[in-house]
Unconditional design. Sequence first.
Lengths: 184, 184
Amino acid sequence: MSQARFSITATALDQRLPCGRPLQKISEYSSCAPDRRAADDLLHRLTGKLNDFVREKKLKKSESREKILAVIVREARHFTALDLLERLGKSYPDVGKATVYRNLPVFVASRIIKEGPPDVDGHVLYELADGHHHDHIVCLDCRRIFEFHDEAIEKRQELVSDQLGFVPREHRHIIYAKCSYRSR
Amino acid sequence: MSQARFSITATALDQRLPCGRPLQKISEYSSCAPDRRAADDLLHRLTGKLNDFVREKKLKKSESREKILAVIVREARHFTALDLLERLGKSYPDVGKATVYRNLPVFVASRIIKEGPPDVDGHVLYELADGHHHDHIVCLDCRRIFEFHDEAIEKRQELVSDQLGFVPREHRHIIYAKCSYRSR
DNA sequence: ATGAATGCAAAGGTTTTGCACCCCC
DNA sequence: GGGGGTGCAAAACCTTTGCATTCAT
């Protein structure tokens, strides 16, 4: 059984923080933008995607919408509506919260973000829809969210669904676990 | 690869309902109590479990708590706090909602119920903790919740977690799919 | 000029909390 | 009689909506 089939990504890149301290917000960890240049590139690409969608659906351009997108790309990997509001308030206090709530569905519809698993408090977690499907593993100690992908599980799900007479559309799979940070 | 490793249980037992009609509430389907005698047996067993917990934690007996438990066992397989409130209101209108919200954590702590996957509207779904772990497959058409268990996926999760340096504690796995009811 | 998009504030729906009272041990 | 448990109502919390206004096309 090949180990190469696993892949993992730490959403939180700041590995220096002590793991034992519980955080108030998952997002405190996921806020570290990994690479400014990469983020800018991505923002540029996604802005294009947004514009395409806006044109296609005969919507109108809006500065607020682009500000929101910028904050998402630069600061958030996994975020709730409230996280986003809070961050947006720091960079762009002029954008109202109703606008945020009204635009999240637009970003989802344009496949720029997608709804992920619910966070620890039960709120919808959004994340960038980068095209690469992954599932989540959340550390119960440090609350960081990691991503994993395992082809064997994916395949098995399809098999199970099929055997049971279902056509699978999507799934959410979260493992709550303890990372070994503490014991290292 | 043996097929016998799959198991499935329909939470909703009323198979006569037309599948095409979307429901307002998941619970409308999961409300069909399968067998009165079995439910009473279970209630008796769980009441004992509750009493043990109450004694152990030096809490006190309460009639409301037992009423709530009775409604859970008799009417609910998968339910949100609000579902429970609504049903409770019919059988025991004298029990206040604060009491329900305050007791749900007690039932969870005593391992009588557990938090399940979030429902379609994002609310926490509780379910009886019957000791048999299972995951869920939800039909996007008829909204019924089915339970499945696949040992291969379970094992694989442990392997993945272990390889990545995590000690898994629990997980939630929901497949959103379309059942073949319509096309039959 | 038309209708999308916005900010604000008010309303909505769900869960939690404060408080006085009740009841179990 | 001490402290958990309760009901009620108020508050807290997050999200949606109404409305007048602004802005993009």
